[in-house]
Design a binder for this molecule. Structure first.
Ligand code: BLA
Length: 314
């Protein structure tokens, strides 16, 4: 990465110097490299066909003309939707990359959400479990047992990011990478390496995934994915920023029809059917992101991938 020092990034520079780390200018990093890797790697395993969504969701400029928003979407055997959203401007880089399996497969959902501004980076990288890994031990063993060493490697390099919306934890796996860091080229390299390793691990799971033929199990997979999509379309932390960039109506459209596409097709339950604790007295959805509040100051999974926090209290 080019090492350029500018006044705009003086805060990163001084931080980096303190830590004896290389200096990185935000514009020198781009999450497009991550997307290109993922697409190339996917093509080594399967055939990617363009998604019908591509025509409507491709590229656009934010209302203030300052941000470029790029969207890509594909389908493949076993893959209902692979889609990415990349936002870039002078001060910010955002990646939302996800792969949603067909309901005939119970494999995890690949999830990479990275938000980077001049001095802070917020990262979630995970193979989000389709089913509950705290109560369904067989599901956890099936997909995550072999991945614990991978999780341990990156849990050290990219340490736990501190308290987070408690409700989110149910959507995370024992190998989740939830981290925050100050910008440095070293950290970006680590993040890129984690992204590559996690994505390759997900592709291996995809290769091995066996189609489910039991109708009730398929139904169960479909509902689990629908619940996940319903949660994220309503409560994802990126909403505020999307609304600021493209306005409330467009943001809502992007969330429901592109990023978390499937809400209308995979099920008919509402957000409040799945998450009744968010119901206000007048029947509307509580706009707060969390009912329980923030918790999990430290990683709630031990080195064996056992959940070690037995309550969801703050
Ligand atoms: C913050 N993003 C966060 C946080 C998490 C996530 C856990 C910390 C705040 C919190 O505790 O909620 C990410 N949470 C997730 C993910 C899941 C989840 C991936 O439950 C999946 C189940 N982030 C994006 C995009 C944008 C973005 C697309 O992925 C912007 C368009 C922004 N995320 C963003 C911002 C913050 C954030 C600005 C800080 C603001 C905040 O803490 O609410």
């Amino acid at each position: 990465l080019p090492l350029i020092r500018t006044a705009l990034f003086s805060s990163i520079c001084s931080n980096s110097r303190k830590q004896h780390m290389p200096i990185v200018q935000l514009s020198a990093i781009s999450y497009k490299k991550f997307i290109n890797f993922a697409l190339d790697e996917t093509k080594r395993h399967t055939h990617l066909a363009p998604s019908p969504l591509q025509e409507r969701y491709n590229s656009r400029i934010s209302m203030d003309g300052k941000s470029e928003i790029e969207m890509l979407s594909f389908e493949a055997t076993k893959v209902r939707l692979l889609r990415s959203l990349c936002i870039e401007n002078q001060t910010m880089q955002v990646l939302d990359f996800a792969v949603f399996p067909e309901p005939e497969f119970d494999m995890p959902i690949f999830c990479a959400n990275f938000f980077s501004s001049a001095n802070t980076n917020i990262v979630v990288l995970d193979l989000n479990p389709l089913h509950d890994v705290i109560s369904q031990r067989d599901y956890k063993e099936k997909y995550y047992k072999g991945l614990i060493p991978l999780g341990l490697k990156y849990a050290e390099l990219l340490p736990w990011g501190g308290k987070l919306t408690s409700e989110s934890l149910k959507f995370f796996s024992p190998i989740v990478i939830w981290t925050r860091f100050t910008s440095s080229s070293y950290k970006y390299d680590v993040l890129y390496s984690a992204f590559m390793d996690y994505y390759k691990a997900w592709l291996e799971l995809m290769d091995q995934a066996v189609v489910e033929t039991n109708a009730s199990k398929i139904m169960c997979n479909r509902e689990a994915q629908h619940r996940y999509l319903t949660w994220r379309a309503e409560k994802d932390p990126g909403h505020g920023l999307l609304k600021k960039l493209i306005g409330e109506t467009q943001a809502k459209d992007l969330l429901v029809n592109f990023l978390f596409n499937g809400i209308d097709e995979l099920g008919s339950k509402s957000f409040l059917d799945y998450f009744p604790e968010y119901c206000c007295e007048d029947g509307t959805i509580n706009q707060s992101r969390s009912i329980i509040g923030k918790s999990f100051e430290s990683r709630p999974w031990d080195r064996k991938g056992e959940f070690i926090s037995n309550s969801f209290e703050n």
